[in-house]
Every structure is written in structure tokens, then in C-alpha cells.
Write a protein that binds this ligand. Structure first.
Ligand SMILES: *Cc1c(COP(=O)(O)O)cnc(C)c1O
Length: 481
């Protein structure tokens, strides 16, 4: 900013040697080029940027926001004033948030730096998702929201209601009021439906060997018109890809075909599925061969940033629901999660991102082997769930059912976090929906078990320590039973 222009360079040359100024100028031009490449290529840089470059890039952009103008005099009720210098530094002086009251993706006139950052984050996230295999999306049909997955799903359902009301102008009792949900026992999934004011119609999966797969027959029965008449009006189907074993990823392609056949909207909860190429291939096929109105995924679970954001996307040319979400979103958005993911993807680059995807796949195999080794010593086994590429389940049969959750707390005491124990025959009520066999996504799963996941960013060392602690835990556990 200070020396990257000709006039100032001449002035510098009056202070120090011309050749040194030229040389320094060449170096700074290389940084300038990184930015021009980013904006013109609209893709992840092949190699990540270093921290210092990213920092100066952000500080320079923040100078484009009006709160940082030297002579700015603010007379509005929101002028990006911040009391604490620590808060200011934590935000790189980007205080104005993103968007305008009419559209959360619109340029914010008071904050052009922030607006550029938001656009770039959007472009890079869409590119990363393409690298994972979601080829049909693009940045125009990709929206970052400063809300977690559950709240983002909620926004999608609300947008769907607004859209369907405008489309049909239907009378109150003819309006779509029900969401058909392929059961996945994660409370947020069902709460996102209830919180948006819809009734839930639960479609339980079916058990195939160890694995819980989509019950397409039951789903079709719900969708077919005869069944439906005068009872419930279906707003959409919600399916899921990433989930706890032994539930498999839904057969989203078959569901998409059914939704097309019955002309019903289809929303895919792809919470942590972007990290898995296998899951992305499934979604891509669903988008190409059937009906998918929207796909929702977590920013933190997929891109190694703090909790707080999600991505809502759709295939190119089919962004009506994504657009509705951005227009219906009331207010401005926090820049936090957008900034975090932009910084992260710039630092990671395409090479870093692909390496993480590869490592995760290898880690899944390693984790599976570690679990098999340990389980077999104690008469247990790894559940066969070929259609779940992230999570693995291990039976806890030789124990008493009432001690199963104890196994989880014993692991936690040994500093193993994230393992999830599921006893048999638990029942939970969420809102007015009763779920038998809660935890397993199935009312009568034949065994208790625990799960562990090979998620993006997991290190090999963690698998090794886990194996060690698991062994000790099993040893202590058999003494209890
Ligand atoms: C994590 C997760 C959610 C909830 O995500 P939040 O970001 O906490 O809202 C919803 N559904 C599934 C399948 C998940 O794994």
C-alpha cells in the first residue's frame, strides 16, 4: 500500500539505493500476483500461502472498510466501532459483517474489504467442494451461513415454506406441513425440522446384515399420492449421508429419483460428508440423476475451523432454494466463520486439501484395523458397514447392557473423546416424536456397540494412542461384567 506505487518508490529511492528498492519491489510484486491469480483463477491456490502473506492480505483488505478510513466520520447507529483493541485484532479490523438486510450475500457498501473477503471465501469453499467431488455445484449456488448445520437446515426449511407458499398460494389446510425424514439419531437433525415448525414423518432404515440402509419401499409409500391424500402434505424429504455407524449413508441417488417421480423437494444433510470423496460421489449422482433441491454441510466438521458456520449449496442452475435462503435471512451475517475458512483454505491450498482427504482415507483403514485387532481379543467384532466411509462400530455384546455407557465414560477418563456408546433399547422423546432404540437409528438393533470416526485432520498418532487406551479399557471393562 505504501510502497507498491511508482510515486512512493521514487521517494524511497531518494532515501536508499535504487537497486535495493527495485529488488524489494520485485518481491512485493510476487505477493501482489498471488492476489491477482486468486481473483482471476477463482480456485484454491495450488500451494498454500504463508501466514505472513495472508495476514498482510487481510489487513490491506480491511483498510477498504469505512470504519478504517482515516477521515471517516460515522453518524449512523452501526459504524463498526469496537471498544477493545484485542477484539479489533482478533477481527483484523473487519467489523461490519457481511451482506445487507435484503440479502445476506449482497455487497455491503460500508465494507468493500469484507465484501471481497466474503466473495473469495465463497469461491474457495465451492472449489474445495468440487475437489471433493461435488462437480455440479458452483460458487453462485453455494452460500456460507454464520449458523451451524442445524440452524442452516432450519433456514432451508423456512425458505422452502416461503417458496411453496408463493408458488401455490394454497389455503391454510392445503399447505405442506410435513417433512419426511430418513431416521438418523442425532438430535440436531430432528430438532432442525421441529424448530422450523413442520411435523416429522419418520422413515426407519432397514437392517441388512450389520448395516442400516435406506428403506426405499417405506419412503415410496409415504410419497405416493394415494397414501397421502387428506392426511399430510409433504414439504420435502430429508436424507443424510454422513452418520454414525452402523447406519449407512442414505441411498441419496435412489431417494432423489423418488423425489423426482413424486415431485417432492429433497434436502440432503451432508453434515461432515465433504471430507469423503465416496459420499460426494453419491451426492453428485443424486444431483445428476434425480431431484436434489439443497445440500447442507458443516464448515467446522469439513474444513478444520471453529464451530459456527455451514454451507448451503445446490447444483448449478438449480439454486432457487439457496437464493431463497439468502434473501430470507434476516439481517447481516457475522464474518467470523467466513474469515476462518478463507484463511484456512488459503493456507492449505489445493495440495494441502487433497493431502488431508487422502490421509483421512488411509486413517479410516488404519482405524478399522486397530479396532479389529483389539475387538477380536475380547470376543467382539467391528460391524460391517461398507456404506459408511467415516464412522466405525464395534460390538459390546459380552457385556451387560446397563454397563455399556460406562464403557464410554471409561474411555473418556482415559482421554479418548468422541467415542459414542449405544446401549440397546433406549427410548428418547424429541418434541412429540418418540424414537425407540435411540442412538442406533433403529428400534431393535441386535447389539450394543460403540463408534469411532476417522474424521479429517485426525493424526496417525491419535489412532495409536486410541488403540492403546481401548485395549486398557476393554481389560478393565471385562472385570466389571
Ligand atoms: C453434526 C451434525 C449435525 C449438527 O451440526 P451443528 O453444526 O452442530 O448444527 C446435524 N446432523 C448431522 C448428521 C451431524 O453430524
Amino acid at each position: 500500500m505504501f510502497v507498491n506505487n511508482d510515486a512512493n518508490q521514487r521517494l524511497c529511492e531518494s532515501l536508499v539505493s535504487t537497486s535495493y528498492v527495485r529488488q524489494a519491489d520485485e518481491a512485493s510484486k510476487r505477493q501482489t500476483k498471488l492476489f491477482s491469480q486468486l481473483v482471476s483463477n477463482r480456485k484454491l491456490p495450488t500451494d498454500g500461502w504463508n501466514e505472513q502473506v495472508i495476514e498482510s492480505f487481510l489487513l490491506e483488505l480491511s483498510q477498504l472498510d469505512s470504519n478504517n478510513f482515516l477521515d471517516n466520520c460515522g453518524v449512523g447507529e452501526r459504524e463498526g466501532r469496537v471498544y477493545s483493541k484485542l477484539v479489533q485484532r482478533r477481527n483484523f479490523g473487519l467489523h461490519h459483517g457481511i451482506g445487507r438486510s435484503g440479502d445476506v450475500s449482497a455487497d455491503q457498501p460500508k465494507a468493500i474489504g469484507s465484501s471481497i473477503i466474503a466473495k473469495l471465501a465463497n469461491i474457495l469453499v465451492a472449489d474445495a467442494m468440487k475437489i471433493s467431488g461435488l462437480q455440479s455445484i458452483d460458487s453462485t449456488t453455494t452460500l456460507l451461513l454464520p449458523l451451524c448445520t442445524g440452524m442452516s437446515l432450519c433456514s432451508v426449511f423456512n425458505a422452502l415454506r416461503a417458496h411453496q407458499r408463493e408458488e401455490q398460494n394454497a389455503k391454510e389446510d392445503e399447505r405442506q406441513n410435513t417433512i419426511v425424514w430418513t431416521r438418523l439419531d442425532q438430535k440436531t437433525c430432528i430438532k432442525s425440522i421441529l424448530a422450523s415448525g413442520y411435523d416429522v414423518c419418520v422413515v426407519d432404515p432397514i437392517l441388512e446384515k450389520d448395516e442400516l440402509v435406506t428403506n426405499l419401499q417405506a419412503l415410496e409409500k409415504e410419497l405416493s399420492a394415494e397414501e397421502n391424500e387428506n392426511t399430510k402434505k409433504i414439504a420435502c424429504v430429508v436424507s443424510s449421508t454422513s452418520c454414525f455407524a452402523p447406519r449407512a449413508s442414505d441411498d441419496v441417488e435412489a431417494i432423489a429419483k423418488l423425489c423426482q417421480k413424486y415431485n417432492v423437494a429433497h434436502v440432503i444433510n451432508n453434515a461432515y460428508g465433504v471430507q469423503s470423496r465416496k459420499l460426494c460421489v453419491k451426492i453428485e449422482a443424486a444431483m445428476r440423476k434425480g431431484r436434489v433441491d439443497c445440500v447442507v454441510q458443516s464448515l467446522d466438521k469439513n474444513f478444520l475451523v471453529p464451530v459456527g458456520g455451514a454451507i448451503v449449496c445446490a447444483s448449478k442452475g438449480n439454486g432457487y432454494l439457496v437464493d431463497k435462503v439468502r434473501k430470507l435471512y434476516p439481517g447481516r451475517a457475522s464474518i467470523s466463520s467466513t474469515l476462518d475458512v478463507l484463511i484456512t483454505l488459503l493456507e492449505m491450498g489445493k495440495t494441502g486439501y487433497e493431502r488431508l482427504l487422502d490421509e483421512r482415507e488411509t486413517n479410516y483403514e488404519k482405524l478399522k484395523m486397530a479396532l479389529e485387532r483389539t475387538a477380536s481379543k475380547y470376543g467382539e467384532r467391528v460391524l460391517e458397514t461398507p456404506n459408511n466411509p467415516i464412522s466405525l462400530g464395534v460390538t459390546l455384546t459380552s457385556s451387560r447392557n446397563d454397563l455399556v455407557t460406562k464403557f464410554g465414560s471409561m474411555l473418556f477418563t482415559r482421554r479418548v473423546s468422541g467415542a459414542r456408546t449405544v446401549p440397546m433399547q433406549e427410548t428418547k422423546k424429541i418434541g412429540d416424536v418418540e424414537l425407540r432404540g435411540f442412538g442406533a437409528s433403529f428400534s431393535t438393533y441386535p447389539t450394543a456397540y460403540f463408534t469411532a470416526a476417522a474424521a479429517i485432520g485426525m493424526r496417525e498418532k491419535e489412532i495409536e494412542s486410541f488403540e492403546l487406551q481401548l485395549e486398557k479399557t476393554f481389560k478393565d471393562f471385562v472385570k466389571l461384567t
